[in-house]
Design a protein around this ligand. Structure first.
Ligand code: C2E
Ligand code: MG
Ligand code: MG
Ligand code: MG
Length: 285
């Protein structure tokens, strides 16, 4: 009797939920294999200044799996995070970024560029995180100020003293911190003063309706003002149109990232295009 009831209560489960749990388990084992086999790609999306000059870019993970097809990061990063796989995966991203920066440092134009990577909370919390980054910076002789770590506000509030200590150590090694999705989290503004943060990244949800929603425009203006007061760089992400870029400029924002300025592309393709664009502009001078 109890057994039947148990079986019945299992069937009461929302079928969508069962599918998503089984998909999650499948994804997790596929992820594990993909990490062992290094089956990921890194795409680069450029960041530009007010003169539309490229100042660097953000690396974004891409994963194509035979069974699942192209799996978006918003789906596999949470699985990697909850399973702990984010640590080996994130370490791979850190190493790839440092390798790229080493190559770029030998190139007359690429050497000026910064490279940003995303860091998950679980990655940042593990005790070897700072040592791992320090070791990569050293092994690949990464120039000071070129590696940027994007973290989110919610990561700051967990263990403030430890966070300050880790960020400060990395800051002394020449790492810059950017607060990703800024404005959507729960960190108190008071932390901004205490933490070695370099940049605020305005979340794309505020950029999307900047032309039509005056609340969003006010929020952007406020973030820009905050950045000015605290001497932090401010960048807007998710800029899709010239009109949005213009509106952001009017609100005082002078760094941008988004489809309007360039879609994420495989890092090698992006570098080739960048080099070609330089050749074109020098020969046409
Ligand atoms: P994010 O760090 O906020 O990255 C920005 C996301 O917005 C990227 O999505 C990018 O492709 C997308 N995007 C860029 N420009 C535009 C635009 O103009 N319009 C719109 N609608 N979207 C734009 P993506 O690559 O799918 O990544 C989603 C999220 O996954 C990232 O958000 C980040 O939180 C996470 N992620 C990606 N790569 C990594 C990684 O290497 N490590 C970790 N921990 N997280 C990552
Ligand atoms: Mg990011
Ligand atoms: Mg973001
Ligand atoms: Mg995000």
């Amino acid at each position: 009797e109890a057994k039947t009831q148990g079986a019945n209560s299992v069937r009461l489960f929302n079928p969508d939920m069962q599918i998503s749990i089984s998909r999650r388990l499948h994804l997790e084992s596929a992820l594990r294999r993909a990490i062992d086999e290094r089956k990921f790609e890194l795409y680069l999306q450029p960041q530009v200044d007010a003169a539309q000059q490229i100042t660097g870019g953000e690396l974004l993970l891409r994963w194509h799996n035979q069974e699942f097809g192209q799996v978006p990061p918003n789906e596999f990063i949470p699985v990697a995070e909850s399973s702990g796989l984010i640590v080996p995966l994130g370490n791979w991203v850190i190493e790839q970024a440092c390798m790229a920066l080493q190559q770029w440092s030998r190139h007359p134009q690429l050497r000026e560029l910064q490279l940003a990577i995303n860091i998950s909370p679980r990655q940042f919390r593990q005790s070897q995180f700072v040592d791992y980054v320090a070791e990569c910076l050293k092994r690949y002789q990464v120039p000071v100020g070129k590696l940027e770590l994007e973290i989110t506000e919610n990561m700051l509030i967990e263990n403030v003293e430890l966070t300050i200590e880790r960020m400060s150590r990395l800051g002394r090694l020449g790492v810059r911190f950017s607060l990703d999705d800024f404005g959507t989290g729960y960190a108190s503004l008071a932390y901004l003063k205490r933490l070695p943060i370099y940049q605020l990244k305005i979340d794309q949800s505020f950029v999307r309706d900047v032309l039509t929603d005056s609340n969003d425009a006010v929020i952007i203006e406020t973030i820009v003002g905050l950045g000015d007061s605290l001497s932090l760089e401010v960048i807007a992400e998710g800029v899709e149109t010239a009109a949005q870029a213009h509106a952001l400029g009017e609100l005082g924002c002078n760094k941008f990232q988004g489809f309007y300025f360039g879609r994420p592309q495989p890092i090698a393709t992006w570098v080739e295009q960048f080099e070609r664009s330089l050749t074109v502009s020098t020969t046409s001078d």
